[in-house]
Design a protein around this ligand. Structure first.
Ligand code: ADP
Length: 338
């Protein structure tokens, strides 16, 4: 059953910037949905409208059937974690967490119980007396998460919560947050422009572009079956080759692959891990560079007209600049037009 319903919501800022454009989404109970898209695609604005920090210019948002479109943030059953965590750094962890509960006139014993419970949940048991300013960036972000969770919201809203952390910490917190989210079964909307984050955490991904939905699907489906060239190019690494289909074959110069669709312009999309290389003296692609990543390698190849492609290989040491190969895609997608 869907808990959160975003129905045809738009946001037009002064100066007629259409940040969000007739956007609809149903989020099921306990689901984690990632809003993924480039900077300026409307992700934050959408999240802020769900949290009550922006008012939609059109459409409706409901939580458990109740229209919350125009309620102020504190009247909504939502908890938001911002990129800049906005904690009171001069106060103790306990005071930061207790603040919202005091406002709600929750008895002191209950506040203590809830704060201690949530600190344990985020891996900060015993940190109540510490000053926030003395904590590391990762610990501060855990406190920010705890501050939202302690209010027991129905919906958790996360706006690029790991953006300011280094890569290792980000990966660890990703796992932790996903774990906490699943243990609590809390419905979550998560904004990120990082595809790794979305692919590794989400039950479903909404790929956004210009305030609209480009595709909504499970991460594996978004990755394997991107519905548009935009999604194909945005998620993961993708070779996109423009060319022409004629009599059941796609061609760009000497590069040809069977493609049983009607004649016309087309864009071919092939993942580097799906592009096999077949050694041939007169092959259609010439190796430009080889990069060894330890676990795998990437071979960069150029077609005759300079179009560059990448192929993932398990033994990069077998490839040399200047060698020629024919290209054999094992899996591909094609889009009409170029
Ligand atoms: P994202 O989170 O995907 O980076 P945003 O939701 O922040 O995108 O912004 C979407 C669009 O709305 C951008 O063009 C941005 O400049 C514009 N925008 C965001 N907030 C405001 C605002 N307060 N006033 C005017 N324009 C805004």
């Amino acid at each position: 059953m869907s808990v959160l319903k975003i129905n045809n919501v738009s946001k037009l800022f002064a100066g007629s910037v259409r940040a969000v454009d007739s956007f609809s989404l149903d989020v099921a109970d306990g689901e984690l949905v990632c809003l993924l898209g480039p900077s300026g695609s409307g992700k934050s604005t959408l999240l802020r409208m769900v949290g009550g920090f922006e008012t939609p210019t059109g459409g409706q948002i409901t939580i458990d059937g109740e229209d919350i479109t125009r309620l102020p943030p504190e009247k909504r059953p939502t908890g938001m974690v911002f990129q800049s965590h906005a904690l009171w750094t001069h106060m103790s962890v306990f005071k930061n967490l207790a603040f919202g509960l005091k406002l709600r006139r929750i008895p002191a014993a209950e506040i203590k119980r809830r704060v201690e419970g949530v600190l344990e949940l985020v891996g900060l048991a015993g940190y109540g007396d510490r000053h926030v300013a003395k904590l590391s960036g990762g610990q501060q972000q855990r406190v920010a998460l705890a501050r939202s969770l302690v209010l027991e919201p129905k919906i958790l809203l996360l706006d690029e919560p790991f953006a300011s952390l280094d890569q290792h910490l980000r990966e660890r917190l990703r796992e932790e947050v996903r774990d906490i989210q699943q243990r609590l079964g809390i419905t979550t909307l998560f904004v990120t422009h990082g595809q790794d984050e979305a692919l590794s955490m989400a039950d479903r991904i909404v790929v956004m572009r210009d305030g609209r939905t480009e595709q909504i699907d499970r991460p594996d489906v978004v990755y394997r079956e991107p519905q548009t060239p935009f999604v194909a190019g945005f998620i993961g690494t993708m070779n996109l080759v423009e060319g022409t289909v004629k009599s059941g074959a796609f061609a760009r110069g000497r590069f040809q692959v069977p493609l049983p669709v009607a004649d016309g312009d087309a864009t071919l999309a092939v993942r580097p891990e799906s592009l096999d290389l077949v050694a041939a003296d007169d092959g259609v692609a010439k190796v430009h560079r080889v990069t060894d990543y330890g676990t795998h390698g990437l071979v960069y190849l150029d077609l005759d007209d300079g179009t560059r492609l990448k192929a993932m290989v398990s033994h990069p040491d077998l490839f040399r600049n200047g060698q020629r190969f024919d290209l054999a895609p094992r899996e591909l997608a094609a889009y009409r037009g170029s």
